[in-house]
Write a protein that binds this ligand. Structure first.
Ligand SMILES: [Zn+2]
Length: 141
């Protein structure tokens, strides 16, 4: 498991347990496929969310992390993401924070691209009731 930011491991430690568990499972999944597993964001502050225009509070409520995809070869990305989503949504879907689909299933792994269509990353988030109840004002220090 690697981190984009210098304080990545410190922030990662603050995630709720189900999110950490998912990250470890996903690390294993990436390594098995021969790719580095790089967390680009985990716990954030309200200020940081505002700065990047992040609307969801999932990062600052200790229940979401982002994973880099840009090192996966373009020709392999579609298949890799499809299989990964299938695996995690099948095995951990009930941990997901998304509104359930009509068949009752829920996604725990989402793919975002920052609206540019070329900058995909994984956003993994768990249920709101898994987040830590008390959110300190300054949750990074
Ligand atoms: Zn995210």
């Amino acid at each position: 498991m690697k981190f984009k930011h210098e304080d990545g491991l410190l922030r990662f430690g603050r995630l709720c347990e189900p999110a950490k568990h998912l990250a470890h499972e996903m690390n294993w999944y990436f390594v098995k496929e021969g790719y580095d597993f790089i967390i680009t964001e985990s716990v954030t502050t309200e200020e940081e969310d505002k700065k990047v225009g992040r609307k969801s509070d999932s990062h600052r409520t200790f229940r979401a992390f982002d994973v880099r995809l840009k090192h996966i070869p373009k020709e392999k990305l579609k298949e890799f993401v499809k299989n990964l989503k299938e695996y995690f949504n099948k095995n951990f879907g009930s941990w997901g924070a998304r509104v359930p689909r009509s068949d009752g299933s829920v996604d725990v792994v989402l793919i975002y691209d920052h609206g540019r269509g070329d900058n995909y990353h994984i956003h993994c988030q768990v249920r709101r009731d898994y987040s830590k109840i008390e959110i300190p004002k300054e949750n990074v220090q």
